[in-house]
Structures are given as structure tokens and as C-alpha cells.
Design a protein around this ligand. Structure first.
Ligand SMILES: [Zn+2]
Length: 456
């Protein structure tokens, strides 16, 4: 395979000969236009998010590399399926993107999902550095989608949850005749294998837990029809995003973080992020994975339960109790997603528990569930609530979940992302000069490593 370069690097393609290279470019540009349109269809016309996406995917802003199965992404990585990078130009604050993906079918998957995922990064990366706004409440700054930067420590967080959020957005874009509800509820999975896919279900739960259709219930298919970043106008004229999760990642993720913390206590979102970081650790044992996953799932479920009831009450106080949909359907969807049996009487009960404060309810749930107490972040939360629940005497054991070791790849990924409008130069592309290493990488590639990281 040879590398062909068209238009000063605007298109780079790996192919057997020039004729094939031209054929692949024309075929893949059709795919690109098609996926771009499907992604755009999720967003409000003339809205900020669409404007952002259009800027980032414009010809002036984007170079594309079409890799075959064997070529290395950016001449560096033989096993990644794709990657987006940001590059600085000589102009002040000027930057452009490089997007690489493999065009052939891999394990029965054509490149549609792969490309949609990479384009998801362009949808979430801000086109205008001024949109990287600071939020006082979380003392952090919006960087890209769910990636935020702690203002005090300078540390990034949210990059793992973001990968799963992008998997969800990509699936919604390419869903074709499959309903968005089947995707969001997890009945149908259109994403191809990637190493972080195992956390997709948690992000689906987050999207479902942050729905705002309490005055009039809408399906997720209907949400997409009215666009995932749209606003809904209540009967009293006040406005709210149709879904806080989608709106937040497309505009300002402090909305997502603060909403989560509002119901589970300050720092809960960072704790959930911590759980994601641990779940991404490829050295994590299956047992620990199961434990942390279940706990994270339970935490999001509690968040959803508490939030639904609160939003329901809020809607009643705004409109009176006339013609309001209950929260039964929403609770049922959650339970189905988690695989819990649905007992009607229980749903009614959950719908009506209003005696305890939300935080007390969550704390009570956590106490009941021993598994939860093995997680340090949950322990912290329960401790915070001890004053109001003095009857709790159970002893707890901390399993001592280790801190994720520094992941060089992820660090590199973060370094390649926008940073307060100071777009960093990436190290010059290094060709692998060590033939032994190249052989080793190729062998790995041939073994079709199932741990392929699709994007960093
Ligand atoms: Zn990615």
C-alpha cells in the first residue's frame, strides 16, 4: 500500500495505486457528506451547535486521512481505528482538524459508525474558543462536550464519559429505520467494537435520566425530530432544554455536572467520572468491573428517581395537576434498561414517595445496598448524610479500588485537544524507524486485537 496526498494534505489516502486512491476518495467523500448530513439532522437548524459543527467540518477547517486496514493512523498507530487531532496554524488562534479513519469494512462493520464517531468529536469540540466558558459552581471550564478542566488543579476530566456519549450520538445519527428509543434503551446496538463500548449503557442511562418531558411526554424519536439540543416551552411560557444531557454536552457541560450534583451531592459527578476512569482501565479484573459498573448504574438510577420526582412536583406546582403524564413510563424505561423486573405496585410506590428529602432517600438507598458501600465515593456520600440518618451502624469495608494508572494515550489525547483557546502544537509526526517494532505492531494488527481503541 502506498500513501497518496491530494491538495497539500487535505486528503491523504492509502491505496495500491493512484487510480484506486482516486476511487477511494470519491467513494469516501460521499460517505463523509452523507454522515455529515445525518449528524446535522440531530441538531437545531440555525442553532449554535450546528453552526459549531459546520465550522469544524468545513473544508478550510478539516483535513481527512483515509486509512486502509494495515496503514498506521497518522503514521503512528497501527491498531487505532480512527482519531481526530487539532493542529495550530500560523494565524493567531487559528487551528484546523485532522480526522483519520479506516475506510474498509472491519468485522462486518462498514465505516459509517466509525466516521460518525470521529465526526462526533468535531460536533463537541468548540469552534470558537470563547465558548469554553468558566462555571463558578463546579469551578471548572467547558473544554469540549463533557471534557472539562478543573480551574484549580488544571486537570481535565470527563473524557471517558465523552467517548461513550459520542458513541450514542453516532448511533442516533446512523440509525436509519431503527427508532431512537430502541437505541437509547439499548435494545439495538449499532456501534462497532471499541474498548470503551462496555460503558455505553451508563451513558444511555444518563441521557434517559436527564429528560425534561414532564408536561408532555415525548419519545426519544420525537426528541430527535424536534432536535436533541432543542428547547421546550412550558405552558407558563418558561423555557427549558428538552434534554439536559444532550443540550449540556452540545453547549455547556456544567449543566450536566451541576444537575447531577444537585440531586446526589456536590462532587457526585466527579465521582461518577472517577468510576468511568476505573472502568476504562484494561487491567481491571472482571469482578471489580462488575462491581463498579453495577454501582455506577445504581447511582445513576437513584439520580433519575430523585430527579423525576422533583421535576414532576415542579411541573405540578407550575401547572396544577391537570392532564399531567405520571412518571410511571419513565421509571419503567429505566428499570427495563437496568434489567430489573417491573412491578406495577412498586412503580406507583416510587412515584409517590415524597416524605423524605431527596438526599435522605438516596442515602437510605445506598445504606440498604451493601454493594454500594464498597465504593469509596459512595461511602463519602453516605457519610455526608449520616447526621440525618443516625440509626445506621453497619460497618463498612473499603475494597481499596486503585487509582487508574496514568494512561499515556489518554494524556496524549487530552494534549491534542483544545485548551482555553491556546491550541497546542502537536509533536511532529514520527515515523517508526525501528523495524522490529514495526513487525511487532503488524503482528498485533494481524491478530485482530479485539481491544482496538477506536479513537483517543
Ligand atoms: Zn472518540
Amino acid at each position: 500500500m502506498s500513501k497518496y496526498n491530494f491538495g497539500e494534505g487535505q486528503f491523504v489516502v492509502y491505496a495500491r495505486n493512484e487510480q484506486e486512491a482516486r476511487k477511494i476518495i470519491s467513494q469516501e467523500l460521499q460517505r463523509f457528506d452523507n454522515i455529515k448530513e445525518l449528524m446535522s439532522n440531530l441538531l437545531t437548524q440555525n442553532g449554535q451547535a450546528l453552526e459549531n459543527f459546520n465550522t469544524n467540518t468545513s473544508e478550510e477547517r478539516l483535513n481527512i486521512q483515509f486509512n486502509d486496514l494495515e496503514s498506521a493512523i497518522y503514521d503512528e498507530d497501527f491498531i487505532a481505528k480512527g482519531e481526530v487531532r487539532v493542529r495550530k496554524t500560523t494565524k493567531e488562534n487559528g487551528f484546523y482538524y485532522e480526522l483519520a479513519y479506516r475506510y474498509p469494512e472491519i468485522d462486518g462493520h462498514d465505516a459509517n459508525f466509525r466516521l460518525a464517531h470521529e465526526m462526533g468529536h468535531l460536533m463537541l469540540n468548540v469552534a470558537d474558543p470563547q465558548r469554553q466558558v468558566y462555571d463558578r459552581e463546579s469551578n471548572s471550564r467547558h473544554v469540549s462536550g463533557l471534557i472539562r478542566r478543573d480551574e484549580q488543579t488544571g486537570q481535565f476530566y470527563g473524557e471517558q464519559i465523552q467517548e461513550n456519549a459520542i458513541n450514542l450520538i453516532a448511533q442516533l445519527a446512523i440509525r436509519g429505520n431503527i427508532s431512537a428509543d430502541d437505541i437509547v434503551s439499548g435494545k439495538v446496538d449499532l456501534s462497532e467494537y471499541n474498548s470503551y463500548k462496555k460503558c455505553d449503557d451508563l451513558v444511555k442511562l444518563l441521557a434517559v435520566s436527564m429528560r425534561n418531558d414532564f408536561e408532555e411526554e415525548i419519545t426519544f424519536e420525537e426528541l430527535i425530530e424536534q432536535k436533541i439540543d432543542s428547547m421546550i416551552t412550558h405552558k407558563d411560557g418558561t423555557q427549558e432544554s428538552a434534554n439536559t444531557f444532550f443540550y449540556g454536552i452540545l453547549n455547556d457541560s456544567s449543566l450536566v455536572e451541576n444537575e447531577f450534583d444537585k440531586y446526589l451531592g456536590k462532587g457526585a459527578w466527579r465521582d461518577l467520572n472517577n468510576a468511568f476512569e476505573q472502568l476504562y482501565d484494561t487491567n481491571l479484573s472482571n469482578d471489580k468491573f462488575e462491581l463498579i459498573f453495577k454501582n455506577a448504574q445504581g447511582l445513576i438510577q437513584e439520580f433519575a428517581n430523585a430527579r423525576y420526582q422533583d421535576k414532576y412536583r415542579e411541573t405540578i406546582s407550575r401547572n396544577g395537576n391537570i392532564d399531567l403524564p405520571g412518571i410511571g413510563n419513565k421509571l419503567k424505561m429505566l428499570k427495563q434498561m437496568i434489567g430489573e423486573p417491573i412491578v406495577e405496585s412498586q412503580i406507583n410506590l416510587e412515584q409517590n414517595i415524597n416524605k423524605l428529602s431527596l438526599k435522605q432517600k438516596v442515602a437510605r438507598f445506598l445504606q440498604k445496598n451493601n454493594l454500594f458501600l464498597n465504593l469509596s465515593f459512595v461511602e463519602k456520600f453516605v457519610h455526608k448524610q449520616m447526621d440525618i440518618l443516625p440509626e445506621h451502624t453497619e460497618t463498612r469495608e473499603n475494597v481499596g479500588i486503585s487509582v487508574t494508572p496514568t494512561n499515556k494515550k489518554r494524556e496524549d489525547f487530552l494534549n491534542s485537544l483544545t485548551n482555553f483557546g491556546q491550541y497546542r502544537d502537536l509533536p511532529p509526526i514520527q515515523r517508526m524507524s525501528n523495524p522490529q517494532k514495526i513487525e511487532e505492531m503488524k503482528r498485533k494488527m494481524e491478530q485482530k486485537q479485539q481491544t482496538n481503541d477506536e479513537c483517543r
